[in-house]
Design a protein around this ligand. Structure first.
Ligand code: FES
Length: 262
């Protein structure tokens, strides 16, 4: 191997790492959690059932844009009759692309799935390193566009929260446990988006003088604090979006009934 830790000029150390802690634990947990989410979300995206329990809609199926959506689940049928598969498959590309190209998740899955590198100060098995300069990883550079799309979805999911303040017949001024679940889902997704590296750059990047942009500087300072916790928000929002779908599925399939507050 001529690259990486064994490249010419580097200290010749026979061991793969000198770390004695359980450095493998974090990448292993990352793989387990991401695989669990991928399996669950794939099953639910293809299920095409139990995604609407009036007034709640699963975030996996919102906005529901096809003519085969269950009645009441979507008012805007942008997609014609030709689409007969699950409506979730039309929209999931955007949240999926947002997460796949996320700076934090890139680090997580490069380490967890490809061991590139598996952890700090642990040599990677690959002989050469091309970074994100070639296809397909070069596509990770379009993250900012998925960020913009993610904002649109956040607005839609926030609108779903507003719709959640109705009862099953459509009367306003009601709320249930599902409303709270949807509300937390939208809130976590907003925090995840606002803590995004692209968002931070959008607000405070490419400025020569912060002093001439006091408002942007203030917002950048605030977003930087959120950005420092981006990993945490990535996991919380990922877990909660799956839980929100799970809750709606349980109510829609009459497995449980929604706890009504008022
Ligand atoms: Fe993670 Fe943008 S860096 S969502």
């Amino acid at each position: 191997m001529t690259a990486g830790t064994n490249a010419a000029g580097r200290a010749q150390i026979g061991a793969r790492t000198l770390r004695t802690d359980r450095w493998w634990l974090q990448p292993a947990l990352t793989v387990a959690a991401l695989v669990a989410f991928i399996i669950y979300s794939t099953i639910r995206a293809f299920a095409n059932t139990a995604y609407y329990a009036p007034p709640y809609i699963s975030p996996f199926y919102s906005p529901c844009l096809t003519t085969n959506c269950v009645p009441g689940a979507g008012d805007v049928n942008l997609v014609g009759d030709w689409w007969q598969l699950s409506p979730a498959l039309i929209i999931l590309i955007f949240p999926l692309g947002f997460r796949l190209t996320c700076y934090y998740y890139r680090k997580a899955y490069y380490r967890g799935f490809w061991a590139s590198p598996p952890a700090c100060a642990v040599a990677e098995p690959h002989g050469k390193y091309t970074g994100e300069s070639r296809f397909p990883l070069v596509l990770n550079n379009i993250h900012r566009y998925f960020f913009y799309a993610g904002l649109v979805f956040n607005v839609i999911l926030t609108y779903d929260v507003v719709l959640g303040f109705r009862d099953a017949q459509g009367n306003w001024g009601h709320a249930g446990l599902g409303t709270l679940v949807l509300l937390l889902n939208a809130a976590f997704l907003w925090v995840y988006s606002l803590s995004c590296h692209s968002c931070r750059h959008l607000i405070g990047g490419r400025l020569t003088h912060f002093s001439r942009h006091p408002l942007r500087y203030r917002m950048w300072t605030w977003l930087s604090k959120l950005n420092a916790q981006h990993m945490r928000y990535a996991w919380i929002s990922l877990f909660w979006v799956a839980f929100t779908d799970f809750y709606v599925m349980l109510v829609a399939s009459n497995t449980i009934s929604d706890l009504r507050f008022f």
